[in-house]
Design a binder for this molecule. Structure first.
Ligand code: ATP
Length: 576
């Protein structure tokens, strides 16, 4: 497919916020796309060059893009700057000064490759090199394509297409039905690379996707836990089950292939370089190929205790990692094993996987097995929970003994119970910021007084509003928030956002914050779970985390979970 044609589809996508219309447009794109272009088309739709774990940075600052537009079309740099400032979009500026009449013959792959090349230009002279390459590309395409190339390069394509919709449309395009989406989703959960899944689908058809297996060095989307408030509820649900200590550190998925080691975070970023001591310990393990799952925490060897999460998280912000790892070494507590040499353990029952963990790891080394018991007794469960919490840990995660590793799923195969649970709402809620309201009074200084937050409706693949949050942020955080949100602001309500409220500024659903509230109430002004004009809302919400860098928009709580929490409240009011 020519990039010009894809740009026309982008224009159509931009004009709609309705998921069904997006689905139809995507189905048409994918039924017309050929094998050569399919992965790259999917990446462009996802607004990334490659999935996050490849860690590719384009490194194009505003001023470089302005210069490229100015060079490409012989327009004065100040004119470009002034116009883009006026319309708030460099893409539109690129379009305005591009007077090319004839369409470009460049294919989607060719344009993608040319953009990709920009990421490889490094060293001295790289700024000029990138500007020249981008200007050259702009000269070869029509105004509409210029618009989308520039927006993509700036990370501001903002089509708002969801992964679920992409998979459904791929299914429709290739099989004529939507139902094959479930198999595509399974494959995606195993490798976290939707472009690659699409390519296998186009190459090897349904059979290729059904046979899809995990691969070392390709992160598996992590299994997640549901929640229940008591040992009774959990034993009732699972019967005899494993009960693990729940540690509060970094989720770390470790891959080993001979001497090569990679570690991935909860949201699939490559965090290998943060954990040199873990990498060294993994290299010493005798197994050739491994994938295992665990939680990494800072460990005080002198007192044999864990440091609080605040110490562990510091590591992400430090540059002198080697020194930090000397003073505050990490320990990795392994709780699952997905691959061991030639054994793919994904579909093996939990007990078998856990057996592998127990056989492979000791109790007190840099990589150790996480502590757990197996029980069907509420009394024993409660005792273990109390001991764990008494030791300062967060709580427990119960595991269903015969369950497979549910990649990318939050279900009752794993159930968490935290020390804070008195009722279900004593847990916090993760929301995604959808927009902000300008402040009044004191807050007018920051230009932001509250954010509009939403949760994810899985069935509809859209974000629904749950609450407006204006407290819990410091002045400095408000200022920073405003800056970050302005970077991703949109003129109209973004696609896949369902809202009755109109914030002063809409933003792309990207940043996640954790909030605490007194209770969940029914409300006509929020769209979360709305039926017959009544939805759900938070009462007295306040932010308890600034931005959750380990979570993406798709990781926030779901509408279904909010409704479950509402049902679980049983009129118990919570303390702050
Ligand atoms: P929370 O904020 O409660 O940790 P979350 O959304 O990050 O929630 P959940 O699926 O709710 O993640 O809880 C599972 C998380 O708990 C895992 O992502 C992992 O980081 C952590 N964890 C700690 N110990 C364990 C364990 N033994 N088994 C599974 N997960 C564990």
């Amino acid at each position: 497919m020519k990039f010009e044609e894809l740009s026309e589809y982008f224009q159509k996508l931009e004009a709609t916020t309705k998921r069904l219309e997006m689905f139809d447009i995507l189905s048409e794109v994918f039924s017309r796309a050929d094998r050569r272009d399919i992965a790259k088309t999917v990446y462009l739709m996802q607004e990334e060059l490659l999935p996050p774990f490849f860690d590719i940075q384009l490194g194009m600052a505003d001023r470089m893009v302005e210069k490229a537009i100015s060079d490409a079309h012989n327009v004065d740099l100040e004119t470009v700057k002034a116009y883009s400032k006026k319309v708030g979009d460099l893409g539109e500026a690129a379009e305005k000064y591009d007077h090319r009449k004839e369409k470009s013959e460049l294919s989607v792959s060719e344009v993608y490759d040319r953009i990709f090349e920009l990421s490889k230009i490094s060293g001295s002279g790289s700024v000029e090199g990138k500007i020249t390459s981008l200007a050259k590309l702009l000269k070869e395409v029509s105004p509409l394509s210029s618009r989308y190339i520039i927006r993509f390069v700036m990370g501001k394509l903002r089509l708002g297409v969801g992964e679920a919709t992409i998979m459904e449309a791929l299914s429709k395009a290739k099989t004529g039905k939507r139902e094959f989406k479930a198999s595509l989703e399974r494959a995606y959960n195993l490798c976290s690379d939707l472009g690659y899944v699409a390519e296998v689908f186009y190459d090897k058809g349904e059979e290729g996707i059904r046979k899809f297996e995990v691969r070392v060095m390709r992160p598996i989307r992590p299994a997640l836990a549901e929640r229940l408030p008591s040992a009774e509820d959990i034993i009732k649900k699972l019967g005899r089950c494993a009960v693990d200590q729940k540690l509060d550190g970094f989720r770390a998925q470790v891959h080993k292939d001979g001497e090569k080691v990679k570690i991935f975070s909860r949201n699939l970023e490559d965090i290998t370089h943060f954990m040199p001591e873990i990498v060294a310990a993994v290299k010493k393990l005798k197994h050739r190929r491994m994938i295992f799952d665990g939680e990494a925490l800072t460990y005080d060897e002198d007192t044999n205790t864990l440091y609080p999460f605040q110490i562990t998280i510091q590591r992400k912000r430090k540059h002198n990692i080697e020194e930090v790892s000397e003073n505050f070494p990490l320990r990795l507590f392994v709780f699952d094993m997905m691959l061991l040499d030639d054994l793919d353990l994904m579909n093996e029952p939990y007990v078998k996987r856990r057996e592998m963990v127990d056989e492979t790891f000791a109790e007190d080394s840099t990589i150790c097995k996480n502590k757990e018991i197996v029980t069907d007794s509420v009394k024993e469960f409660t005792k273990f929970f109390e001991e764990t919490v008494g030791a300062g840990l967060e709580g427990v995660v119960a595991k269903k003994l015969d369950s497979p590793y549910s990649a990318g799923a939050r279900n009752f195969d794993w159930i968490k119970m935290k020390r804070s649970y008195k009722s279900q709402l004593s847990d916090t809620v993760d929301i995604v910021i959808l927009g902000y309201f300008k402040g009044r009074g004191m807050r007018a200084n920051f230009g932001i007084g509250a954010v509009l937050g939403g949760v994810y409706n899985k069935n509809r693949d859209e974000f629904e509003t749950l609450t407006k949050v204006g407290s819990g942020f410091s002045e400095e955080q408000f200022r920073e928030l405003r800056k970050m949100l302005d970077e991703i602001s949109t003129e109209k309500k973004p696609a896949r956002v369902n809202s009755i409220m109109e914030p002063d500024v809409w933003v792309m659903p990207r940043y996640v914050i954790t909030v605490k509230a007194d209770e969940i109430t029914r409300s006509p002004i929020h769209t979360c779970g709305q039926e017959n004009g009544v939805g759900y809302a938070l009462r007295f919400p306040r932010a308890v985390s600034f931005l959750r860098s380990d979570k993406d928009a798709g990781d926030v709580n779901t509408t279904h979970e909010i409704i479950e929490m509402f049902k679980g409240q049983k009129n118990v009011k919570l303390k702050a």
